[in-house]
Design a binder for this molecule. Structure first.
Ligand code: UFG
Length: 330
């Protein structure tokens, strides 16, 4: 059985990818410092090693646990606004962590690497939907940190033959349809979980950050992609890496405005979800929608939950069953 090392496998996207890998028959070792992730999120059947990608000895220890076929790297800071407020922390932790991990990956002789990259690489794109020919002009220090890692991976391939798949996620959302795994960030800043917190009675209202954008209803448009569909792409990337390195946009190809998300959540939950207007949030581009053509063609990827209803329904099931998120096992 092939083994995969998953950094950040206790986090939101990493834990869903770990579950998908296990279901596909892989043996998985999760390496996570639990600073953002949750021990309870690590799927059954995966081994958890607690440690930070910033700690070279811990990274080497994890890579020595098995002969790994591939490393999947999710462990990172990922908030656009926070990265504008504290760019050095993002460069130090995201880029520094990737340097430690890549150097140790090369030393361990692992030849496949999958990077959790981002649509923030495109800043304010010239053309929508965004395909892989769009110029890379990161919209924030967060996006820039991922861009730097993508550039390092180019040299890991060139010099050491490490093949990489850089998967540039659009807006990850939704939860495992079983209701056992989902989104649990502290503090929560993402639109869908915040809207559902209103439906749960944990918040009075949702603030809409700006309605004067150049979009059909004036609110920002995003490409929400189900976290299990994101996870599937990681599994499909592994055999594709036998051929060559890849950089692919990972979204559904359909955009929804902030108002449309709130309206769909009202229908799914049956709650009125009061909304109020607020100032624009710094760094938010008006529209981010992927072209999913290349990933469908190269990986044979097909989303299982492409509709906003399905995404919000699965998120709602998770939030209703876990109103306080993951709670430590007694
Ligand atoms: N929004 C609101 N009110 C809120 C929260 C969000 O109106 O209370 C709006 C935002 O302004 C934005 C949209 O909802 O227009 C989506 O915001 P999120 O915070 O849910 O997600 P982002 O688009 O800011 O960012 C996410 C990830 C990033 C990734 C990006 C790629 O957090 O890591 O998607 O598209 F880079």
């Amino acid at each position: 059985m092939s083994s995969i090392l998953v950094t950040g496998g206790a986090g939101y996207v990493g834990s869903h990818a770990t579950a998908a890998l296990i279901e596909a028959g892989y043996d998985v070792v999760v390496f996570d410092d639990l600073s953002k992730g949750h021990r309870e999120a690590v799927p059954q059947g995966a081994e958890l090693i607690v440690g930070s990608v910033l700690d070279p000895a811990a990274v080497r220890g994890a890579l020595a646990a098995r002969p790994f076929e591939a490393v999947m790297h999710f462990a990172a800071l990922s908030l656009v606004g926070e990265s504008v407020a504290n760019p050095w922390r993002y460069f130090r932790e995201n880029v520094g962590g990737a340097i430690e991990l890549l150097e140790a990956t090369v030393e361990a002789g692992v030849k496949k690497f999958v990077l959790s990259s981002t649509a923030n690489l495109f800043g304010e794109p010239e053309r929508v939907p965004i395909d892989e020919s769009e110029p890379l002009i990161p919209g924030s220090p967060y996006g820039e940190s991922k861009y730097m890692i993508e550039r390092m991976l180019r040299w890991a391939d060139e010099i050491h033959g490490v093949r990489s798949a850089c998967l540039r996620y659009f807006n990850a959302a939704g939860a495992c349809p079983s209701g056992t795994r989902g989104e649990d960030h502290t503090p929560e800043t993402h639109l869908i979980p915040l809207v559902l917190q209103v439906a749960l009675g944990q918040r009075e209202q949702i603030s809409i950050f700006g309605d004067d954008y150049d979009t059909p209803d004036g609110t920002c448009v995003r490409d929400y992609i189900h976290v299990c569909d994101l996870a599937d792409a990681h599994v499909l990337a592994l055999p594709a890496l036998e051929q060559e390195s890849l950089s692919l946009n990972l979204g559904n190809g359909t955009g929804y405005s902030v108002r449309e998300v709130i309206e769909t959540a009202r229908q799914v939950t049956g709650h009125p979800i009061p909304a109020v207007m607020a100032e624009r949030r710094a760094g938010d581009p008006p529209t981010l929608v992927a072209s999913s053509g290349a990933i469908r063609e190269r990986l044979g990827w097909e989303p299982r939950y492409p509709t906003l209803e399905a995404i919000i329904e699965t998120a709602w099931k998770w939030h209703k069953g876990h109103p306080d998120g993951y709670e430590p096992q007694p």
